[in-house]
Design a protein around this ligand. Structure first.
Ligand code: ZN
Length: 336
C-alpha cells in the first residue's frame, strides 16, 4: 500500500511536466529549424528562413529576431536534454508557421532487402520428387516474397519510392546493401523503412515459426552526420541520442505490427517466435527504422513443405504488406 501511495505521488509530480512537454527532436522535425546551442550559457537559438528565436533554459520568455519579447512556457535542461513546455513549443510552431495538429511526417522510401542471392543460397533443403532432387533455397523463397511485396506496395503507394536491394538472383554484399540504404536522401520530417527478409535454419529440425529482429536499444549509431548538420555541433550528441531512441522505438512498433499480421494470416498452427533483439550487420549500419524478418524454417520438414506452396508465400507477403501499411498510417499520423 505504501508503495502504491509513493508511486501515485511520483506520477502526480512528474507527469504534468512530461505529459505536456515536447521533445527537441519533435520540434526540430516539425519546424525544420536549425538549432545553435551554447552549452556554457545554457542559451539556444532556433533559426529558419530569416527568423531567429533565442531562449535560455529556465526563462519564461523567448526573443524573436532580436527585438520582440515572446512570453512562453519554459524550456528545461535536464541531464543534458532539452525539454520544451507545450506553450514554448506552440510559440515556436507559430513563429515558423507550422500547424501544430498535423504530423508533418512522411514515409518516403521503403527498401526491401531479400537476403542472400546468387552464389549464396542461404538455408537450403533438397527434396526428392519422382527420383529427381529439387532444392528449396532461402534465396529463392525470400526473393519471391520480396518481388510480390514490392509490387503490392507500388500499387498502394504510387508516390513513395519502393526499392529492392536485388530484384533477381544476384548477390549484393552486405556493405553494398547498407550503402544503398544510406545513400537515400531524406529531407526534414521524412522517414524510411529498411526491411530485410530471410528464412531460417536450425540444427534442430523441430524448430518452426516466424520471428522478427530489430536493433537493440543500447547500440550507438551515428544517426546525425556532423558534416551535413546545419546546427551547432555541440547539440549533435543530444540529437543523436534522441533520434536513436526514436528509431529503436519505431523499429519495435513495426516489428510488432508485422508479427501480429503474421499471426493473423498464418493462423495458430504456425508458432510465433516473437520479437528479438540483435545487432545484425545489415540493419545495424542503416540510418532508419529497420527490421529483419525470418519467415520460417527451411530446415523443418513441415514448414519447408509450406514454404514450397505459392499460396503460403502469398499469405506471408500479405502479412508483411498489412504490417507495413499499419506502420505507415501510424507514422504519418503520429503527433495528431
Ligand atoms: Zn538468411
Amino acid at each position: 500500500m505504501r508503495q502504491f501511495l509513493l508511486t501515485a505521488l511520483v506520477i502526480l509530480f512528474v507527469s504534468p511536466l512530461h505529459a505536456e512537454s515536447v521533445s527537441l527532436e519533435e520540434l526540430l522535425q516539425k519546424t525544420g529549424a536549425a538549432l545553435m546551442w551554447d552549452a556554457l550559457g545554457h542559451k539556444g537559438q532556433f533559426s529558419r528562413d530569416g527568423n531567429t528565436v533565442v531562449f535560455r533554459a529556465g526563462d519564461p520568455w523567448m526573443v524573436l529576431n532580436g527585438r520582440q519579447l515572446l512570453p512562453t512556457g519554459t524550456v528545461i535542461e535536464e541531464q543534458g536534454r532539452l525539454i520544451f513546455s507545450r506553450e514554448a513549443a506552440d510559440t515556436l510552431y507559430r513563429v515558423f508557421g507550422i500547424q501544430k495538429n498535423s504530423s508533418g511526417y512522411r514515409l518516403k522510401t521503403i527498401l526491401l532487402d531479400p537476403g542472400h542471392g546468387g552464389r549464396d543460397s542461404g538455408a537450403i533443403r533438397h527434396w526428392k520428387s519422382d527420383g529427381v532432387e529439387i532444392p528449396l533455397a532461402e534465396k529463392d523463397v525470400v526473393l519471391e516474397i520480396s518481388l510480390q511485396l514490392a509490387d503490392k506496395l507500388k500499387r498502394l503507394y504510387p508516390n513513395k519510392s519502393i526499392l529492392l536491394t536485388r530484384g533477381q538472383d544476384v548477390y549484393p554484399t552486405l556493405e553494398e546493401r547498407v550503402n544503398m540504404a544510406n545513400k537515400i536522401d531524406l529531407a526534414q520530417r521524412e522517414g524510411m523503412l529498411y526491411i530485410s527478409i530471410h528464412a531460417n535454419a536450425s540444427l534442430n529440425s523441430k524448430a518452426e515459426g516466424y520471428e522478427v529482429w530489430y536493433l537493440p536499444k543500447n547500440y550507438r549509431r551515428n544517426v546525425v552526420d556532423k558534416s551535413t548538420f546545419s546546427g551547432d555541433s555541440a547539440i549533435v550528441p543530444i540529437i543523436n541520442t534522441l533520434w536513436e531512441e526514436e528509431f529503436t522505438h519505431e523499429s519495435i512498433r513495426l516489428a510488432d505490427m508485422i508479427l501480429s499480421n503474421f499471426q493473423h494470416q498464418l493462423g495458430p498452427g504456425v508458432p510465433n517466435r516473437g520479437r528479438r533483439e540483435e545487432s545484425w550487420f545489415v540493419v545495424r549500419n542503416a540510418r532508419m527504422a529497420s527490421v529483419l524478418l525470418e519467415v520460417g524454417f527451411i530446415t523443418n520438414p513441415n514448414e519447408a513443405a509450406r514454404l514450397r506452396q505459392p499460396e503460403y508465400l502469398r499469405k506471408i507477403t500479405l502479412a508483411i504488406y498489412n504490417g507495413i501499411r499499419e506502420f505507415v498510417d501510424y507514422f504519418e499520423k503520429k503527433g495528431r
